[in-house]
Design a protein around this ligand. Structure first.
Ligand code: DQA
Length: 138
């Protein structure tokens, strides 16, 4: 099984950024342990702070992977383009968020991705990503 994780802007700062919201562990440390825990899965990880690069990556891998776990971060709430890309591709996408976006500011309640996603997981810290992996395993 091939699963790609795509992270949007500022997720590279998780661990140091607003740790009361996003926790103290970096994504890279978490990703390392995730790969060790599921050796049978072929993982790939891509992070970008640039909207178009996220769209390019979705188009590139969106026909060859079994699942995509997407945390588009702030672009979740603004990007029609990322939402359209998720709709266009064939690989199922699970939208994840580290924080519970519905318990935060109102502008975070809107997602341009959710209606095209297989499902949404939010609020479980970095474990949100692992819950998405488990859902692909069935
Ligand atoms: C986030 C939530 C977004 O609202 C925010 O802009 C992020 C991270 C999360 O994982 O909780 O950067 O996607």
């Amino acid at each position: 099984m091939k699963i790609a994780i795509i992270n949007g802007p500022n997720i590279n700062l998780v661990g140091t950024r607003e740790s009361e919201i996003y926790g103290k562990q970096s994504f890279d440390v978490f990703y390392h342990s995730l790969k060790n825990k599921y050796p049978e899965i072929i993982f790939s990880h891509f992070q970008s702070n640039i909207e178009g690069e996220i769209i390019d990556k979705l188009q590139e891998i969106g026909y060859s992977f079994d699942g995509i776990i997407l945390n588009a971060a702030a672009y979740t709430h603004t990007s029609v383009g990322i939402g359209d890309a998720v709709k266009a591709i064939k690989t199922p996408v699970i939208e994840v968020h580290i924080s519970n976006v519905w318990a935060r500011e109102e502008f975070r309640h809107k997602s341009y991705i959710s209606s095209h996603a297989k499902g949404v997981i939010a609020g479980f810290g970095l474990q949100s990503y692992e819950l998405a992996v488990k859902s692909f395993l069935g």
